[in-house]
Design a protein around this ligand. Sequence first.
Ligand code: PMP
Length: 401
Amino acid sequence: MSQTRPQLAHLTATLNELKERGTYFKLRVLDGEQGPVSIYDGREVINLASNNYLGLCDHPKLKEAALKATEQYGVGSGAVRTIAGTMKIHLELEEKIAAFKNVEACVVFQSGFTANAGTVSSILGKEDFILSDELNHASIIDGARLSRAKIKVFRHKDVAHCEELLKEVQNEPGHKLVITDGVFSMDGDIGPVDKLADLAEKYGAIMMVDDAHASGVLGRNGRGSVDHFHCHGRVDVQVGTLSKAIGALGGYVCGSRDLIEYLYHRARPFLFSTSHPPSVAATCIAAFDLLESEPERIERLWENTRYFKQQLTSAGFDVGGKTTPASETPITPIIIGEGKLTMEFSKALFEAGLLATGIAFPTVPEGKARVRTIVSSEHTKAQLDRALEILTGTAKRMGIL
Ligand code: PMP
């Protein structure tokens, strides 16, 4: 018997609509560790769906760090950072990230989502303007809405369009913020950070980058898009996540000491939500140490990326670059177009032993549904070849290839 009372009938109606459209999903359940091959829903599958770029989710050194910190500091921080929940290990992590990024200071949030939303919403107010790429992450969009700033959306990676919008508002008294993802999560293309930084300088705007998918992937030892584009000192706010390549959980903001102290005082997720358990902070410290000591992981990630993309292209898949942006990173979409077919393709892949997520409207534009693949440094060539076999076999059977 359903416990949904009539007050919530509109939710059931939406779910039914999704079912009709074929885009309703059930959560797949991982049993065991996140790895290149994992067990989901009781089935062993090659895993091309996670953001575990460098295989750190189950790295022995990270596990050891988490266990040690739990022994030493307990399991929880017990309060928000500003009351009684700032532990030495939180500061140690923030100092480590700031040094890694070559900036004055860093603050860690509970997630990349709260880092973006908490920062954008607190550094801008209703007299201000945000100039945002149309494909920026949802957390940036939500932060912009919460800030009540006026939102100007520029066409994807269209620097000239961003400039047009900046010109329109240049004589307005409010602050202007130019913001882009370093790597776009659905298409895997790289944001024009250098060119947008030029514009921000020209028009006196604040420059912000969300490096969720660039941290641990782009730049020297995975320092991110600012390093990749040699833009040190020209990006006021750098956001990153600890939940993808770093293998754990959290988000961070890097910048000047004043920016970080301002966020201590104004960013609502920082002020009103409990800080990380010490085990998470310790895990992340160990992960940053690994980025420095094992750069070969990033090299392997890029080797796998090049190989897999090239094989997908030779097999005849549309991996972006025609009607969608061209991927330049380990995120490689296989563009299918229609939402329902995409979901069926993803399901058939799973049944054949491959986990690759189907993504449809509204996460991506209507007609541009895709199965998104993400290789990691830990996939072997044999696993990638088997994944390609499953992809081509299933696509041929379903009339996609
Ligand atoms: N920004 C981008 C571009 C992302 O893809 C994500 C994760 N989906 C986030 C921010 C949020 O990061 P987190 O998962 O750590 O909250």
